[in-house]
Design a protein around this ligand. Structure first.
Ligand code: ADP
Length: 401
């Protein structure tokens, strides 16, 4: 049983073909610069070299056609016919309050996804183009939408409401939605597996730390709070995003520098976070080497980030009345022992104690099973590799068969 996972952006399209028998990736790829000059498809079949195809992909329809043709190609392909794709799982960023779960795509679901475009004007339209292109190409293949927001729909109202006039929620849907839900769900399930305990018995804090970062409180398998909010700008400082700031800073800066809404939005999304603070880079690898050399404000940016991660861990332990397990995942969470050590340092008062050697070597030591806590730590601390594509494929399979 083969499931195609599609993640369509406005000018890019990522895909993975997964064999659900053993959950292996048969092929994966990335189409870039759709509708622009010199579009490029990078395709990697299982066990093979990455090939580059310079085609003419004017739109998402042409892009999907190229992907399917490449998957069936005599030389680089992994399929004999398109019918071998039994279902397609689509990543959709925003499901609003309409979707607390993944959904089989039909006309009604498409309408609801379109109705949520207002909440994610940069993302949902691209996701819709990807779905429509696939439906055109494979009209008889079942498709499923998997939403970044769905996992967080279990948050109680006290966690998702902002203390602004209630009308903003009722009329415009202004509330906390949360994002990265597919990843938070995947790593929480995986952590429970590693610990050999039912997910429904655990209080887990999942830290998805990448270019975009968010933390979630997963209480007995349900998300009860998360750091991203109405948009993915809230919460932790990120590569180039500010994270949470005093909202009054906006009008103050707009007045001082005579900025438009668009300009201030761009500063908060593209020029802030690690880049804005350090003046060096948004990338943690660059920041760590710059900090060692004492360059710029790299160490300050790292200190601010680590401090915020630690504060969320403390806050969510309080929100759940305790914590059994902390999970680190995504580019930074998986690869940066310094962040994990700093965020979990001096936390023995709530039962968190890291083992330094395990923390440094965990990725090369399969026998640790991702565990980086000390033996006498009450709280388990795990490094878990996220796999959003596999989660999408699993949800697709569950709904369709
Ligand atoms: P995205 O949110 O775009 O998926 P990622 O999850 O890939 O982002 O995370 C990107 C961040 O992870 C960057 O700051 C990068 O420096 C960091 N990162 C990725 N790989 C490594 C690595 N091997 N070592 C250290 N940091 C890494």
């Amino acid at each position: 049983m083969k499931v195609l996972v599609v993640n369509a952006g406005s000018s890019s399209l990522k895909y993975q073909l997964i064999n659900m028998k053993d959950e292996s990736v048969l092929a994966k790829g990335n189409l870039e610069r759709i509708g622009m000059a010199e579009p490029l498809l990078k395709h990697t079949p299982q066990g093979g070299e990455t090939i580059e195809i310079h085609g003419d992909f004017a739109d998402h329809n042409a892009a999907i056609k190229q992907v399917i043709e490449t998957l069936m190609d005599n030389e680089h392909g992994v399929l004999d016919s398109m019918e071998e794709i039994r279902a397609v799982g689509h990543r959709v960023v925003h499901g609003g309050e309409d979707f607390a779960n993944s959904a089989i795509i039909n006309d009604e679901v498409m309408e609801a996804i379109k109705a949520n475009v207002e909440l994610a004007p940069l993302h949902n339209p691209a996701n819709i183009m990807g779905i429509e292109a696939c439906r055109k190409m494979m009209p008889n293949t079942p498709m499923v939408a998997v939403f970044d927001t769905a996992f967080h729909q279990t948050m109680p109202q006290k966690a998702f409401m902002y203390a602004i006039p209630y009308e903003a929620y009722e009329r415009f849907g202004v509330r906390r939605y949360g994002f990265h839900g597919t990843s938070h769900k995947y790593v929480a399930i995986k952590a429970a597996n590693i610990l050999g305990k039912p997910l429904e018995s655990l209080k887990i804090i999942t830290c998805h730390l990448g270019n975009g970062s968010s933390i979630a409180a997963v209480d007995h398998g349900k998300s009860v709070d998360t750091s991203m909010g109405f948009t993915p700008l809230e919460g932790l400082p990120m590569g180039t995003r500010s994270g949470s700031i005093d909202p009054a800073i906006l009008s103050y800066m707009m007045e001082k520098k005579n900025l438009s809404c668009e300009e201030v939005n761009s500063i908060l999304n593209k020029e802030s976070g690690m880049l804005g603070l350090s003046g060096i880079s948004s990338d943690f690898r660059d920041l760590h080497s710059a900090a060692v050399e004492g360059k710029g404000r790299a160490q300050l940016a790292l200190d601010v980030f680590n401090y915020e991660v630690k504060k969320y861990i403390g806050a969510y332990a309080a929100a759940m009345g305790g914590v059994d397990c902390i999970v680190f995942t995504a580019g930074i969470g998986e690869n940066t022992p310094e962040v994990r050590a700093a965020a979990c340092g001096d936390m023995e008062f709530i039962g968190i104690k890291i083992d330094d050697e395990r923390n440094r070597t965990v990725r090369n030591r399969p026998e640790y099973n991702g565990e980086i806590n000390a033996d006498d730590s009450k709280v388990k601390v795990l490094v878990v590799l996220t796999n959003e594509e596999l989660m999408i494929a699993r949800e697709t399979l569950d709904l369709v068969f």
